[in-house]
Structures are given as C-alpha cells and as structure tokens.
Design a binder for this molecule. Structure first.
Ligand SMILES: [Zn+2]
Length: 106
C-alpha cells in the first residue's frame, strides 16, 4: 500500500489566507502597523492602545481614497465615531487575529 504517499503528495502547501496583510506588514516605530483596506486598498497606519481602542492614521484624506468613507461623508453620516470604513475595520481585526497587529494587555 502506497496510498499514504499519494495523500502526502496531495497535501496542500502552507496557506496563509491573510498573507497580503502579513506580506505588507511594516512594523514602524511607535507601534504603528500598516493595514490595507480589503475593499479600496487604502493603506493606513494602525496602533492598538488597548483591545477596544484603535488609533488610525490616514496618510491621505479618507474621503478621497475610500469610496465607503466618501459615501458616508456624502450621506452626512460622518462623525467622530466613524474613523474608518467597515472593510478597513475588518482588515484591522484580521491583522489583530493574525498577530500582525499587536494589542497590549490592559
Ligand atoms: Zn475602504
């Protein structure tokens, strides 16, 4: 029986579902991590002050670079609570889950 060998050969290669985040990670000083929005590819610098607190540094005007954000601004929804588009927030959460974005313990 050599079927086990065949199944080994068919084993999938190492996969990294969020490899795009990991590949582009640039750990800058001051704990800022580059995260790209999955929807609009806007790149921002993110720092987690705690599990709940996320600081986002836009390198360009959000309304110019992110369609989601622009739509919210146009709809008059922009407020202090909206600091990122939902897709970017998801990307940030994925970065945290992947360990690419450090979250200090409280
Ligand atoms: Zn976006």
């Amino acid at each position: 029986m050599t079927s086990w060998a065949a199944s080994w050969a068919k084993a999938p290669p190492h996969t990294d579902p969020i490899g795009t985040l990991a590949d582009e990670h640039e750990f800058l000083t001051a704990g800022l991590t580059q995260v790209a929005c999955a929807a609009c590819t806007t790149e921002v610098l993110v720092r987690k002050a705690s599990r709940r607190q996320t600081s986002i540094q836009w390198r360009s005007s959000p309304a110019d670079s992110c369609p989601e954000f622009a739509a919210r601004v146009a709809a008059g929804e922009l407020s202090a609570r909206i600091d990122t588009c939902p897709r970017l927030r998801e990307a940030i959460e994925e970065a945290v889950a992947a360990g690419a974005l450090a979250v200090p313990d409280d």
